[in-house]
Design a protein around this ligand. Structure first.
Ligand code: RFL
Ligand code: PHB
Length: 391
């Protein structure tokens, strides 16, 4: 088989790239190792920046999103038992959108099914060959048979644990990483959200986040030690720990219910540079990971593939290579700002087991300063709603 762009991974990055390329008349094939039901069931992000919504809308993927989403003008921080609202819209002019990643995944899969995109699910043992040369190839196993796809370019959209990044020559790749000593335990429940806007809580027992998927579906997260086992958490234990960490007025109106899903996510900051080697490009979680505190992971993946689709379209339509050459630098400039923000927001809101009394006091002082300073809140707001795509 032959195509122009071979895409590895059918998460949001891979499927959105395939859509944007198709709209520009560039041919592609997507290889995904999981089955469609697995992809649809994966509960992850929930908060979208305006730039992400605009990109999805321009790609004709936002009809349901624009009908069903919630928009939030603000966000709350809680500490010392009290809540403080940051007026995102007043400070930045922008709002944020609540719409689950699982819904975006569904919208993307439906759009590709309708368009007849070549999308191979359950492609096993995907490997990349000849990436240093002009004729890179993808090999994989399907139904017990080995297959090959010859490509002009390969897009590695295969997440943090994928094969693409690992196929880059080690002497080319630089990686930067911080692993946090805690993770997030998340519950999804069909109960009305405890608050109309998100609440990020710094509490002595650990961080908690109140978020949602709709007016009838809540999502809550608790900071837990990195080695915590989800089997040790019953629904009751989760709800009672959450109530312990929320300000008393919020805890009093918390509605518990059976968990539809409970899962653990480790927290990590990670960047691989460069995001391109010869004819291989990395995009989304394959190139970078942020702790979810700033809600940036999916939004970064969308920016990456937007820039990549633009670069590849310019190559095929106008024979231009300048945008391909600039791809890694253009992405990384924005990635590092989101890395900084997510790392900072994690440090502000979580309890670090190794923190000294001094560091703990400084964290409280920073929170107190933040809620008293319009300048500090503006900084938080403009990062939280999303920095401009191309400054
Ligand atoms: P994905 O979604 O991991 O998709 C990669 C796909 O590649 C496939 N794959 C392979 N296919 C073939 N061969 C191989 N060898 C392969 N290896 C892997 C995988 O099966 C998968 O289908 O990466 P992508 O597309 O880059 O998308 C990134 C986002 O999923 C991620 O950044 C976000 O979920 C992060 N995130 C959040 N981001 C936000 O912008 N806002 C949020 O509110 C937000 N909340 C979150 C989050 C992530 C979380 N977790 C679980 C880490 C909340 C949580 C709890
Ligand atoms: C979510 O809704 O899952 C969510 C929202 C904001 C975050 C992280 C996750 O910072």
């Amino acid at each position: 088989m032959r195509t122009e762009v071979g895409i590895i991974g059918a998460g949001p990055a891979g499927l959105l790239l395939a859509r944007l390329l198709a709209l520009s008349g560039v041919a592609c094939i997507v290889l995904e190792r999981r089955d469609p039901d697995y992809l649809r069931a994966r509960i992850r992000a929930g908060l979208l920046e305006e730039g992400t919504v605009d990109t999805l809308a321009e790609a004709g993927l936002a009809d349901r999103l624009l009908r069903e989403r919630l928009t939030h003008d603000g966000v709350e921080l809680a500490f010392g038992g009290r809540r403080h609202r940051i007026d995102l819209k007043g400070l930045s002019g922008k709002v944020v959108t609540i719409y689950g990643q699982s819904e975006i995944q569904r919208d993307l899969m439906d759009a590709h099914a309708a368009a007849g995109t070549e999308l191979v699910y359950e492609a096993e043992d995907v490997s990349l060959e000849g990436i240093a040369g002009d004729r890179p190839r993808l090999h994989y196993l399907k139904g017990g048979e080995t297959r090959e796809i010859q490509c002009d370019f390969i897009a590695g959209c295969d997440g943090f644990h994928g094969v693409s990044r690992q196929s880059m020559p080690p002497q080319v790749l630089r990686t930067y990483e911080r692993v946090y000593p805690f993770g997030w335990l998340g519950i999804l429940a069909d109960t009305p959200p405890v608050n109309p806007e998100l609440i990020y809580c710094n509490h002595e027992r650990g961080f908690a986040l109140c978020t949602m998927r709709s007016l009838t579906r809540s999502r809550y997260y608790l900071q837990v030690p990195a080695d915590e086992d989800v089997v040790d958490w019953s629904d009751d234990r989760f709800w009672s720990e959450l109530a312990n960490r929320l300000p008393p007025d919020v805890a009093a109106r918390l509605k518990s219910g059976p968990g539809l899903e409970m899962s653990m996510a480790p927290l990590r900051s990670f960047v691989a540079e460069p995001m391109r080697y010869a004819r291989l490009f990395l995009a989304g979680d394959a190139a970078h990971i942020v702790p979810p505190t700033g809600a940036k992971g999916l939004n970064l993946a969308v920016t990456d593939v937007r820039l990549l689709a633009e670069a590849l379209a310019a190559y095929y339509r106008q024979g231009r290579t300048d945008l391909i050459d600039a791809y890694s630098d253009r992405c990384l400039a924005r990635v590092w700002k989101a890395e900084r923000f997510s790392w900072w927001m994690t440090g502000l809101t979580h309890r670090f087991p190794e923190a000294s009394g001094f560091e703990q006091r400084v964290q409280m002082a920073e929170l107190a300063y933040l809620v008293s300073s319009r300048a500090a809140q503006t900084t938080l707001a403009e990062n939280y709603v999303g920095l401009p795509m191309q400054p």
